[in-house]
Design a protein around this ligand. Structure first.
Ligand code: COA
Length: 211
């Protein structure tokens, strides 16, 4: 049963080897607005950067989602009081009827920090929270086929494509990915990482993922 209010099983602060994943604060607006204004951050789906007002609305939604659902996407910081570098984590899918009611993983990093494995690290930590703390049986992701970085990231953390579909509102082609709890636990060696604060979050070897 998914929580509907702040739930002590869900860490509001989640340290990984190099990152701190944490709940959002309204004071994140300046950093987030700078990040989200860059067109490459929102190439998928909007092909443009966001205005400050649009980011402000999104930030309010991130904050409200945590308050309402007891979990949500995390603000991602570099460890040791480092800068905000992105937004990664789980959310109840409400935007697309085909996955409504499922828990979806999403990711978006500042381009200055792409290519260093940070998205992989944050996404694996988020999946572990979903399986070990929320007790989910499966987690989904939805990626546009042209979004090569996201396709690779999804594969790398153990998600597999289950179908291609057309999103009716904007007519976008989308790949629907899924990872089940057993597959994830088999591949990562399971619960221990959450118990030790996720410091041991291990990158999945692509040879172990499900097809
Ligand atoms: C998707 C995103 C979060 C990946 O961030 P990242 O920090 O570069 O990811 P990682 O460094 O953890 O890399 C994960 C894998 O993706 C691969 N990758 C990264 N960019 C890639 C690209 N442009 N093309 C192909 N593969 C790519 C990496 O090489 C790595 O795979 P490998 O270990 O086999 O080499 C980042 O590109 C991003 O924020 N994109 C814009 C936001 C977005 O599109 N979000 C998704 C909406 S569905």
């Amino acid at each position: 049963m998914l929580p509907k209010v702040a739930d002590p099983r869900i860490p509001e602060e989640l340290p990984t080897a190099r990152l701190l994943l944490r709940r959002w604060r309204s004071s994140d607006l300046d950093s987030l607005a700078q990040m989200f204004a860059q067109p490459e951050v929102w190439e998928f789906p909007f092909a443009r950067g966001l205005t400050r007002e649009e980011t402000e609305l999104r930030l309010s939604r991130y904050i409200e989602t945590w308050e309402h659902d007891g979990f949500g996407k995390y603000a991602v910081e570099l460890s040791g009081d480092g800068p905000l570098i992105g937004c990664v984590g789980l959310e109840l899918a409400t935007w697309f009827h085909e996955i409504e009611g499922e828990v979806e993983i999403g990711w978006r990093l500042d381009p200055r920090y792409w290519g260093d494995g940070y998205a992989t690290e944050a996404a694996l930590a988020s999946l572990k929270v979903g399986f070990d703390r929320l007790g989910l049986d499966r987690i989904v992701a939805v990626v546009e086929p042209a979004n090569l970085a996201s396709l690779r990231l999804a594969e790398k953390i153990g998600l597999r494509v289950v179908r291609e579909t057309l999103e009716p509102k904007f007519g976008r082609l989308l790949e629907v990915f899924v990872v089940e709890r057993e597959i994830f636990e088999e591949a990562t060696g399971s619960q221990t990482a959450v118990e030790d604060g996720l410091h041991s979050a291990k990158v999945l070897d692509t040879t172990t993922r499900a097809h």
